[in-house]
Every structure is written in structure tokens, then in C-alpha cells.
Design a protein around this ligand. Structure first.
Ligand code: HEC
Length: 460
């Protein structure tokens, strides 16, 4: 399935790549809106996606009411709920306008912006990108998921954050990464919306969830992997991430996420009131030994225990924050003391440990990110000794090699020497720079999914 989809992605992207061959690089459009596969007017007559890319610059520091909400003190497990609520309130009116999906959403005017270079990967209606091609139904058994699903995502940066995108891509064909260009200013906010193809019929958790029409290239729920086809996907998760070195001095970031809760009562803001916090994370709790004691209390993640049960099924390592869209739970192959053990559905990630791998090695742009996003050991020289996909060759949980991912670093400190730190932005280093590099070199475009197995294991 994976190979077939990669092949399909390849075919779909060929147009974009041909346009982007080096000789024709002037013709490659970094600001292409979408892949051009529009829905039949008889089936969909609404607006199509327009990329928001008039990135601002030179703005003064914005008001940051979420800081005041916690008395300008550091964020803690105790005050995190208030902090998350302040962030949610701050983006509420804009997210309501976006979710309405009725043409009243003018992101540039409201101060929200998208990444360049992803046009060939974006579907035409909402500019959605394929997230995970296939999420296994076994991950959400308790909440009654009966079929696998595909996720589709879109990211918007606020004005403050968009200044960084503008600085990196001042010349859209020659990204500027050095000299601190990748660093975000305090008050930068990124929102990411994640939709699932599993509707109420296949997953009771999605009953009443807001839905959007999309031109889908993959739908693991229906098993349809053909030409772009009009389908419906349901809002499961909405991330709100903020640069805030005052509240989170160690990493400089607070990662928060809202999830759809069918049991929450809609109020005056309708379905927005049913998007409830799953939690917040501002550090990796490097000193908490979750291998020795998986239930050890955390000090740098807050989890809302009243979140809907499906969203609590896929928390990260030791209960660190990770959402249902984040694949923080994986099948691991661990070699310890000369013995290999296969562990199914092991939590091995979290928001900050995964995003902390954001970095770019300019000396090796074909690889870009020097370390994988999750704990990984290089494949053994004896290929037969390696477990195959979906198993990830992992260091033993809690071992030094594993803890490399669970440190607290400032956003300008790369995980690996020789790389430029991406300030926790994975869209930049996992999607946008690879897409730019592929367009520039005329190479096959990067896979559109971040399937752990596909990334980690040798491919030909
Ligand atoms: C296992 C890895 C992983 C985990 C865990 C993870 N993410 Fe991400 N995230 C990614 C990747 C890869 C991207 C870029 C590609 C994309 O948009 O899908 C991304 C993109 C984002 C973006 C868009 C901007 C950016 O920084 O790249 C936001 C916002 C975001 N994630 C928030 C979160 C939050 C909040 C959590 C935890 C609740 C989380 N992520 C957990 C891998 C992860």
C-alpha cells in the first residue's frame, strides 16, 4: 500500500517537478496555490484555496494575553489550563471564520499565512496536505474505530511568525537559513488543523465533528487510492503552538492541542466550544525516568484528564503530550543486551521531542534532517538482523541514545552539530525545504507522508 501510494504521489507531483527542473527554475512557482485537480463544479461550487503569502516584516512585539493569564510567571502543570484557554480565546474568532469554510475567510487580512513551495502537494479546496496515509484502526480500539484512516492537515502562521517565513524566503529560490533567520520572535503562533477520513459511521468519536470537503488522493477508510476524488474529512485535532521564552524559558515554546469532543456542549461559539484542550507541553521532562516508572509525574506536560477518551489513547512517552494525529505511539524493535524484542504500540515520542529534531544540514540537503524525528538507531550492518517495517529500530527506552530526543534545548541549538536549528518548526525542515530542494534539483519529490517505517528503513 505504501509503495503504491508513494508511486501515486510521485505521479501526481510530476507536473510540479517538471516545472521545477533547474533549467526552468524561473518557471517553478513557489507560491502555487494547489495541485490543480479541482472538483467538478456540479459537486462543489464553493471557494478554492488561495495561498496566503504576503509575509509582513518589521512588526512591533504583539500583545501576549496568555502571559498575563498566568501572572507573567513560568507555565506549570497547575496554571497550564488557564494558559491554554487564553491561547484558545485569542485565536477563536479567526478559527471560527476558517472553519465556516464559506468564502468569508480572508487569511491575509486576518493576519494568517502559509508556507511556500507546497503547492504541488496541496489539494484544491482547503489547501490540505496529506498527513498520515494510513493510521491503523488498532490504535483507537477503545473508542470504537473500525477502519483505518488517512489524515489531512493545514498550517497557518500568525503575523509575528510569518515574518520568519518571509525572512527565510525573501528570495523564494534561495532560502536564507543562517544568521538566526530560522528563529521565531516571541508571540509567534502556529496553528495546525488535522482532519480524519473516519466519519461517525466508522468512529463514534467523530459524531457531530465539523467536516470539510477535500480533493483526496488517499482515503484509507474507504480504501480509495485513485485519482483525486471529492470526499469529506472530520476535524479531530487543532494545535496552537506559541513562542514564549518568558513562560517557557528552557525551550522557548509552549505546544498545546485541542481535540474534538462530542460530549462537550456547544455554546455560543458552536463547535468551537467542543474543541477541548488535550493538554500543553513546554519541555521534555528530561529528568523524569519514564522507563523505570511509566506513571512517574511529569512537570513539563499537562494533560486534561477530561479530554475525550480517544484522544487519551495515544499520549506520548511516559504520558508526555502527543495527540491522536501525531503518531507518538509506534511499533518498536529494541536491541538490548544482545537480544531483540519487538514491542507493539509503544509510546516513543511527544510534541517537543519530535519537533526538537527540526534542523537542516546545508552540507547534505538531500537528507536535510540529520536525525530522525523519533528515537532511532542506525540499521545494523547485517541487514537480516533488522526488523522490517512497521518496526522502528529503537534504542532501549530511557537509554542515553533514546534520551537524546528528550532534552530541553533552546530553539537555536541544533540537535546535531553542523546543522542549523529550525526552532522547533518541522514544517520547514520536514516538508518545505525538502520540497524546495526537490524542485530545484529536479529529483523525485519527497514522500508526502511522514510514515516512520518508510523514513527510517532503507528504501529503494
Ligand atoms: C512524531 C512526530 C511529531 C509529534 C509527536 C508531533 N508533531 Fe507536530 N509536526 C510533525 C511534523 C513532521 C510536522 C510537519 C509536517 C506536517 O505539517 O504534517 C508537524 C507540524 C506541526 C505544526 C505546524 C508548524 C510546525 O511547527 O511545523 C504544528 C503547529 C504542530 N506540528 C504541533 C504539534 C503539537 C501541538 C504536537 C503535540 C500535541 C505535535 N505537533 C506532535 C511531527 C510531530
Amino acid at each position: 500500500m505504501r509503495i503504491r501510494t508513494l508511486y501515486l504521489c510521485y505521479c501526481l507531483c510530476v507536473v510540479g517537478v517538471l516545472l521545477a527542473l533547474p533549467a526552468a527554475s524561473a518557471a517553478a512557482d513557489p507560491y502555487l496555490d494547489h495541485n490543480g485537480h479541482t472538483p467538478p463544479r456540479s459537486d462543489y461550487a464553493g471557494p478554492l484555496f488561495k495561498l496566503s503569502h504576503a509575509y509582513p516584516s518589521g512588526l512591533p512585539a504583539p500583545a501576549m494575553p496568555w502571559r498575563a493569564a498566568i501572572g507573567n510567571a513560568p507555565i506549570t502543570v497547575a496554571n497550564a489550563p488557564v494558559y491554554v484557554q487564553a491561547l484558545k480565546d485569542h485565536v477563536a474568532q479567526d478559527m471560527l471564520a476558517l472553519l465556516a469554510g464559506d468564502g468569508g475567510w480572508d487569511p491575509g487580512r486576518r493576519g494568517w499565512f502559509n508556507d511556500p513551495w507546497l503547492g504541488p502537494q496541496r489539494e484544491a479546496i482547503h489547501g490540505m496536505l496529506l498527513g498520515h496515509e494510513r493510521v491503523d484502526d488498532g490504535l483507537f480500539k477503545k473508542s470504537g474505530l473500525t477502519k483505518p484512516f488517512t489524515t489531512y492537515v493545514i498550517t497557518y502562521y500568525n503575523r509575528t511568525a510569518a515574518q520568519t517565513i518571509g525572512a527565510i524566503w525573501r528570495d523564494p529560490h534561495v532560502p536564507r537559513l543562517g544568521g538566526g533567520a530560522t528563529q521565531y520572535a516571541d508571540g509567534s503562533i502556529t496553528v495546525k488543523l488535522a482532519f480524519t477520513t473516519a466519519g461517525p459511521h466508522d468512529w463514534p468519536a467523530m459524531r457531530g465533528a465539523p467536516s470539510w470537503p477535500m480533493m483526496m488522493t488517499a482515503n484509507a477508510t474507504t480504501g480509495h487510492y485513485d485519482r483525486p476524488t471529492l470526499g469529506k474529512a472530520y476535524l479531530m485535532q487543532l494545535d496552537i503552538v506559541v513562542k514564549d521564552r518568558q513562560s517557557a524559558p528552557q525551550t522557548g515554546w509552549v505546544f498545546t492541542t485541542l481535540v474534538y469532543d462530542r460530549a462537550a456542549r456547544p455554546g455560543s461559539d458552536g463547535v468551537w466550544d467542543q474543541m477541548v484542550p488535550l493538554g500543553a507541553q513546554w519541555g521534555n521532562d528530561p529528568r523524569v525516568d519514564s522507563a523505570a516508572n511509566p506513571g512517574a509525574p511529569l512537570f513539563e506536560s499537562w494533560i486534561n484528564r477530561n479530554a475525550p477518551p480517544y484522544a487519551l489513547e495515544t499520549l506520548g512517552w511516559g504520558g508526555r503530550l502527543s495527540g491522536p494525529n501525531d503518531l507518538g505511539v509506534n511499533d518498536l524493535s529494541v536491541v538490548a543486551a544482545g537480544r531483540r524484542s519487538l514491542v507493539r504500540r509503544a509510546p516513543n515520542s511527544s510534541c517537543l521531542s519530535c519537533h526538537g529534531a527540526s534542523q537542516w544540514n546545508p552540507a547534505n540537503p538531500a537528507k536535510g534532517m540529520a536525525s530522525f524525528m523519533m528515537p532511532l538507531v542506525p540499521p545494523a550492518p547485517d541487514a537480516a538482523a533488522n526488523a522490517g517495517a512497521p518496526y522502528l529500530n529503537s534504542p532501549a527506552p530511557g537509554a542515553a541514545a533514546w534520551l537524546r530526543w528528550f532534552q530541553n534545548r533552546a530553539g537555536d541549538v541544533p540537535m546535531d552539530a553542523g546543522s542549523i536549528a529550525g526552532d522547533y518548526d518541522l514544517a520547514l525542515t520536514f516538508r518545505v525545504l525538502p520540497a524546495w530542494h526537490a524542485a530545484r534539483s529536479g529529483k523525485k519529490p519527497p514522500p508526502q507522508e511522514r510514515d516512520a517505517g518508510a523514513q527510517a528503513l532503507p528504501r529503494d
